[in-house]
Design a protein around this ligand. Structure first.
Ligand code: ADP
Ligand code: ASP
Ligand code: MG
Length: 930
């Protein structure tokens, strides 16, 4: 490796304008020794490993060769000056100014022959007086170039096959485009020579196992050299004379860091003038991406740098506009690959565009705006595949030309993410008030060439927190530990802490940071999606607010904030456990309501998974609710709660809710871990809230801390608003004295019907036949179900009762309770008729009825389930069917004027409706309009 670092090797010239028309054999080599032949390069490359000394220098580029100029001259129209004659006759002075427009075509725009033709057509049809088209390499080519390098350095000789593919692809594209003739032959000659040069160079790198940055830059720039020549030849073939420019002959930049360069405008202007005097043309096709250093060494503008090439050309020419053609309609409010609801922004200020691209909107290279804003040149991003779309205009903002707004909160423009970031936190009391600590920290970071993406310093000065790309963080940490060794030993700095697996989320917009309420809305949206914010930075630029969140939350966070600002739409991912009677009904209700939920309430409800105890069906985008039964039957897989949970976590919607429609204690055991994962829970299942108190308390505690919601309205009184009414009273400061009610639709039906016309056993059998009871009616008659509801309400009132604390009146004698089979029980139930009939008659004689009620006596700190007698004029006596009734006695609602809730309290439809209304409440808590 050391050998390679110090090797003395010249870079072969790639096909500069001079060589594009010259034969491969005469392609000159840029050599320290001035030996301009490929052959010599090959020889030298082979002996590279033995080369141990010498520095890397480069002679000036050879001047453009005559043959190209002649060829251009032959094709030149009346409008352009013949370049060939330029060499002989007067030099052409570059006419700078608004007569020039600049286009830039990204890799996908020139991805194949047909696309190159399309691009050529756009150039030909542009009516500007003078135009420049900056072009990227054909799509994937630069990636392949980097891949070649990586392979060669890793001594993997499959680079050779990749090189063959590159050759083949470009050759085929050229043949399709140029068909035959001189231009094709010239291009193929150049291509072959370049490939040979590359092969030699890569062989050298393979032997050395290393390549220096200039070598790498030389290699990777070939994609642009080829695409520019292909495009120029195609434009010429369409009848418009043009020349192509190897931007290394014109654009001069100074590399300032691993991923950054500073354009040297003065030097570039000089070179451009010289270049133009040799190749005056009204249409120039320019290679994007590549440039030279002030020492004339090939370099690049780094990944995605062609946008910057176009901006530099725009600034050098003082062009009237720069159009960046790509594969999307413009700049979206968020990365359209991550947020399908993202919208096109009509216009952006230079600063907004800069912030968006800096923080990850790779539709534009972050530095693109810098050269153009100096001259106030507007940049438009347009779609080469949809020329009808006007695109996004990026420009300066003045009062006479404000930016158009499209969102209601138009101070927020877009949201972006930068993935794979690590946070570094340097902390210590000894840092406070010590001048220079921060500068020492960043000096150290700079020393290892790491890129600080964001800084946030607590005003206490006790800590400095900053973000760097994750791949650089280990080096940064080590450097800091070394630099601050003594401060660490002395305790002035307590730690250098690294948090990996983070991502940056940036909200960008003119003056957004200074508009009251924007940050609050942003943070609320994140909190509601249960996204933990690890660090915050709000630049004083007022153009952005930046937060650091877990990498795993990246897309969810992006969607949550985007939907909050742009759509007011609340996406809800639903997992349904237990598609039994209630679950099924609920899914059908979802199906019927989905459209109106979307339109009226802006709730985008997607059922991502359904599971029962045997089978589950999962879907990545949302189950088709018209077919869920068939889908489970035909495509269901064995139920697995951990897979079900993982699936519900894996999608990128910001809000997830699990709806437990079972009556299972085992399912309820999952609530805690679901909440820990940020999922909301809605259920008619009583098991969690009526189980052991400490578990219940733990669950509620977690729910309060975690920004998750837990709704269980349907656990008591099905769809009736009982839990919410009680909670409303408690939360508004009322003091609950007592809650009494008929909480069981089954027992309500049985005792409402028990009026002397039929025997008790007949009524029970009837209720069972009508589906009002549990399969074993004793589950209702035992009072256990009522006791669970009593416990739920008691705990809601603040009582710390256990199920065992509830006194339950035993309705049935032991002889009937002990029977095993339901059939036998029903057979023997008439033996109970006489006893209960006697009690009914006794009550009747006193003007009363029998009612089986649940009681929460808050004052006495007790709960009970009792068979009581109530006056026939009492509201409890006047129920019909399966109605429930609940009466609240409180400080506000006295014994005589109790607050009463009454209505149907059993049945799948109303229970499912209760669950559904919890879901709507959840959505409104999460931001949907209520
Ligand atoms: P080109 O090769 O034309 O330079 P890029 O791939 O560099 O194209 O940039 C265009 C891509 O940027 C789009 O295809 C899109 O997927 C992505 N992109 C990311 N964020 C945004 C955004 N906010 N608006 C538009 N496109 C974006
Ligand atoms: N071809 C280069 C790249 O892929 C430059 C560009 O396309 O902007 O990074
Ligand atoms: Mg790009």
């Amino acid at each position: 490796m050391a050998m390679a670092m110090s090797m003395s090797l010249s870079l072969p010239s790639s096909s500069s304008p001079s060589s594009s028309s010259s034969s491969a054999a005469s392609t000159p080599t840029r050599s320290v020794l001035g030996s301009p032949h490929l052959v010599s390069l090959k020889g030298r490359a082979d002996s590279l490993a033995a080369s141990t000394s010498g520095s890397f220098t480069r002679l000036p580029r050879p001047s453009p060769c005559k043959s190209q100029c002649q060829s251009i001259g032959r094709e030149r129209s009346k409008r352009t000056v013949v370049a060939a004659s330029a060499e002989k006759s007067t030099e052409q002075v570059l006419p700078r100014g608004a007569s020039w427009t600049v286009h830039k075509f990204g890799g996908t725009c020139v991805g194949n022959a047909e696309r190159i033709q399309n691009v050529a057509k756009i150039i030909v049809e542009d009516s500007s007086v003078r135009k420049v088209a900056v072009v990227s390499a054909m799509s994937k080519v630069t990636d392949m170039m980097y891949d070649l390098l990586q392979k060669a350095q890793a001594r993997d000789d499959s680079y050779s096959a990749t090189l063959d593919t590159l050759y083949k692809n470009h050759k085929e594209t050229a043949i399709t485009l140029l068909e035959d003739g001189q231009d094709l032959n010239k291009f193929l000659g150049v291509l072959e020579a370049d490939i040979n040069n590359l092969r030699a160079m890569l062989r050298a790198i393979f032997i050395a196992g290393h390549a220096t940055e200039p070598f790498e830059d030389w290699v990777v720039g070939h994609g642009e050299l080829w695409s520019a020549q292909l495009l120029a030849a195609t434009v010429r073939k369409m009848g418009l004379p043009c020349v192509w420019m190897d931007a290394r002959d014109v654009i001069v930049v100074t590399p300032t860091g691993k991923q950054q360069v500073d354009p040297d405008f003065e030097a570039s202007e000089e070179k451009l003038d010289k270049w133009y005097s040799r190749f005056p043309s009204d249409t120039v096709i320019v290679t994007g991406f590549i440039a030279s250093t002030p020492d004339n060494i090939p370099t690049t503008l780094k990944r995605d740098g062609s946008d910057l090439s176009a901006a530099i050309m725009g600034a050098l020419l003082k062009a009237s506009k720069v159009t960046i053609w790509t594969d999307v309609d413009g700049v979206y409010s968020a990365d359209p690959r991550k947020v399908s609801e993202a919208v096109i922004l009509k216009s952006l200020s230079y600063q907004e565009a800069w912030e968006m691209s800096y923080f990850g909107a790779n539709v534009l290279h972050p530095r693109t705006t810098i050269p153009v804003m100096k001259h106030n040149i507007p940049v438009t991003i347009r779609n080469v595949f949809n020329v009808a779309a006007p695109g996004t205009e990026i420009r300066g903002v003045s009062e006479s030309k404000p930016l158009e707004s499209i969102a209601t909160m138009d101070f927020v423009k877009g949201f972006t993410t930068v993935d794979n970031i690590a946070l570094v936190n340097v902390e210590g009391t000894g840092m406070a008030g010590v001048p220079g600590t921060a500068s020492d920290i960043f000096d150290t970071v700079k020393g290892v060439g790491a890129n600080v993406v964001m800084i946030s310093q607590a005003s206490s000065e006790h800590s400095v927190c900053f973000a760097v790309p994750e791949k650089e963080v280990d080096t940064v940490r080590l450097a800091l530990l070394t630099r601050f060794r003594r401060d660490l030993d002395a305790g002035r700095i307590s730690k250098v802490e690294v948090v990996k697996n983070c991502c940056i989320l940036a909200a960008v917009g003119q003056r957004m940071a200074s508009t009251p309420g924007v940050s609050a809305t942003l943070f609320t949206a994140l909190a509601k999606a249960n996204i933990n914010v690890r660090a915050i930075a709000q630049g004083c630029s007022e153009y952005n607010i930046t937060v650091v969140v877990d990498q795993n939350d990246s897309i969810r966070a992006l969607k949550a904030v985007h939907s909050r600002f742009y759509l007011s739409r609340t996406p809800l991912a639903v997992g349904l456990v237990g598609p039994g009677l209630i679950g099924k009904t609920l899914l059908d209700q979802f199906k019927d309501q989905a459209a109106s939920l979307k339109e009226e309430f802006h709730i985008d409800l997607r059922v991502m998974g359904i599971t029962d105890s045997n089978t589950m069906y999962l879907d990545d985008t949302g189950i088709d609710l018209a077919n869920w039964r068939e889908l489970i039957e035909t495509k269901g897989v064995p139920a697995d709660m951990s897979k079900f949970t993982a699936h519900l976590q894996s999608h990128s919607l910001p809000n997830t809710v699990i709806i437990d429609c079972t009556a299972s204690a085992k399912v309820a055991e999952n609530y805690y871990q679901w909440m820990e994962k940020g999922m909301h829970i809605i259920t008619p299942n009583k098991k969690a809230n009526s189980g052991p108190y400490d578990q219940y308390a733990k669950l509620k505690e977690l729910q309060r801390q975690s920004y998750t919601h837990y709704f269980y309205e349907a656990t008591v009184g099905a769809g009736l608003p009982i839990v919410s009414t009680l909670r409303g009273l408690v939360e508004t400061g009322d003091k609950i004295v007592k809650v009494e009610g008929i909480f069981s639709g089954t027992l309500s039906y049985i005792f409402n019907s028990f009026n002397g016309t039929k025997t008790f056993s007949e009524i029970v059998k009837e209720a069972k036949a009508s589906g009002y009871t549990e399969p074993d009616p004793r589950d209702d008659l035992s009072g256990m179900d009522v006791a669970r509801k009593v416990i739920i309400l008691a705990r809601e009132c603040g009582l710390q009762l256990e199920l065992g604390d509830i006194e339950i009146d035993k309705l049935l004698p032991e002889s009937l309770s002990a029977i095993d089979s339901v059939e036998e029980f029903l057979e023997k139930l008439p033996s109970f008729d006489a006893d209960i009939e006697a009690r009914r008659k006794e009550a009747d004689a006193a003007g009363e009825v029998l009612r089986f009620i649940g009681i929460v006596d808050v004052t006495a700190n007790k709960g009970a389930v009792k068979l009581v007698r109530r006056s026939k004029s009492d509201p409890f006596a006047q129920l019909s069917g399966t109605d429930n009734i609940i009466a609240f006695t409180s400080a506000r609602y006295s014994k005589l004027q109790r607050l009463i809730v009454r209505g149907p309290g059993a049945g799948a439809e109303v229970t499912a409706a209760g669950v559904f209304s919890d879901l709507l409440r959840l959505a409104s808590y999460l931001g949907a309009p209520s």
